[in-house]
Design a protein around this ligand. Structure first.
Ligand code: PLP
Length: 429
């Protein structure tokens, strides 16, 4: 496989950008090798600067639910751009996208558009604090919510301790108001809420954690979280930046039938352009400026190009049978991969939900918290990643990341991916 063009670009990038990238996982540090510079994509396929072609399962980390360069999304962006890219005034498309989002996501009565998932979660937490006039927040171990200081916090030693900074530059002060509790453990959560009664503004979680491998909620877990938040008067925030418009039209909240107070969105919402949003109960959203005292603003918020891409995306998601067809693809993948995984079950596990999947290099089949995922063999994942690349399959370059199917993946793509997984496992194990 020729990769000299990517290698040369990366050499240049290394002298100009920290680590040669604008987002750390892209640097291939955890899988080894040179990051591939992608040049073009169409549907389920991408092509790099050396002309190598791959079936893509990274899909820009989730946004591309129709695959690359979707005709309708591109058309909407192109037409909008011809009339100007930004006005800094209200725009018709903000209203149209808001109507679509509110009609699709059960918990959302009002919505504010921002430019990234990070901005959405950061703002939702500020809003919850402003609404409740309380300081502390609860985060669940292994959930990722972007890189705001008070969310870059991990569990200290012991159960449900005060958080400790998870990045240099995050102060103890920032970390101290974030309590970290294990996912899938209602007892631990109840104990912390009781101990901190009257001090907790919000609990934020990914209803299905997708950023530390894929962790599925145990039966009744999300319902239990909802009940505890009600009991203690805590604002429940579902971070649906990945699961929103992915598990179902209304996200995980529709899929599991549990309604949060606030929801954060991103990724699919922008159809591949930079968009985030937070929304929810009217009485809470009324606290945001200019209606209320919680400040939050953005020069490019509600940007017409991004809104146009979002509208085109939402319209397509509303088309008949979209989710049942995507779901059938996920099931087909699961059915075809199962015998392969079974054969290697002493070293590999597989989980999926709808069009999200993950492979774990461990013999342990009990994967309900991040503690088990931390023990997975990431060296083996690196070897697996290279073996898959050489077979023309592009996976996210980290064993902690999930893979995606899009509506553009054909059954032939799925067959090729399954065959490549079987061969790669045979090769490396
Ligand atoms: C990607 C992601 C974010 C951060 O979104 P950015 O657009 O990268 O800032 C937040 N929460 C979840 C669950 C995500 O997957």
């Amino acid at each position: 496989m020729k990769t000299s063009n990517s290698e040369n670009l990366f050499k240049r990038a290394l002298t100009l950008l920290p680590g040669g990238v604008d987002s750390p996982v892209r640097a291939f540090k955890s899988v080894g090798g040179t990051p591939l510079f992608m040049k073009e994509g169409k549907g389920s396929h991408i092509k790099d600067e050396d002309g190598n072609e791959y079936i893509d399962h990274c899909m820009s980390w989730g946004p591309l639910i129709f695959g690359h360069a979707d005709t309708d999304v591109i058309e909407a962006v192109r037409n909008t751009a011809l009339s100007g890219t930004s006005f800094g005034t209200p725009h018709r498309y903000e209203v149209e996208l808001a109507e679509l989002v509110i009609s699709m996501v059960p918990s959302i009565e009002k919505v504010r558009f921002v430019s990234s998932g990070t901005e959405a979660t950061m703002s939702a937490i500020r809003l919850a604090r402003g609404f409740t006039e309380k300081d502390k927040i609860i985060k669940l171990d292994g959930c990722y919510h972007g890189h705001a200081d008070f969310l870059l916090v991990s569990a200290g030693s012991g159960l449900a301790t005060f958080g400790t900074p998870d990045s240099a530059g995050v102060t103890q002060g920032n970390a101290k108001d974030t309590l970290v509790v294990p996912y899938n453990d209602l007892e631990a959560l109840g104990a912390v809420l009781e101990r901190e009664k009257g001090y907790v503004a919000a609990l934020i979680l990914e209803p299905v954690p997708c950023n530390y491998g894929l962790i599925l909620p145990l039966d009744e877990y999300l319902r239990g979280v909802r009940e505890l938040c009600d009991k203690y008067g805590v604002v429940l925030i579902f971070d649906e930046v990945i699961t929103g418009f992915r598990l179902a039209k209304g996200g995980a909240q529709e899929y599991f039938g549990v309604t949060p107070d606030l929801t954060t969105l991103g990724k699919i919402l922008g159809g591949g352009l930079p968009v985030g949003a937070y929304g929810g109960r009217k009485d809470i959203m009324a606290k945001i400026a200019p209606d209320g005292p919680v400040y939050q603003a953005g020069t490019l918020s509600g940007n017409p190009l991004a809104m146009a891409a979002g509208i085109a995306t939402m319209k397509k998601l509303n088309s008949k049978n979209f989710y049942s067809e995507l779901s059938a693809k996920g099931k087909m993948f699961n059915d075809k991969i199962s015998p392969v995984i079974k054969k290697f079950s002493s070293s590999v596990q597989f989980r999926c939900i709808e069009s999200i999947f993950c492979l774990y290099f461990t013999g342990n089949n009990n994967l309900t918290t991040v503690n088990e995922i931390r023990k997975c063999n990431m060296k083996l994942f690196g070897a697996f990643h290279s073996a898959m690349l050489s077979r023309g399959i592009y996976l996210s370059p980290s064993g902690y990341e999930v893979g995606f199917l899009s509506s553009a993946h054909s059954s032939k793509d799925i067959d090729r991916t399954v065959a490549a997984i079987a061969e790669s496992l045979e090769e490396i194990l």
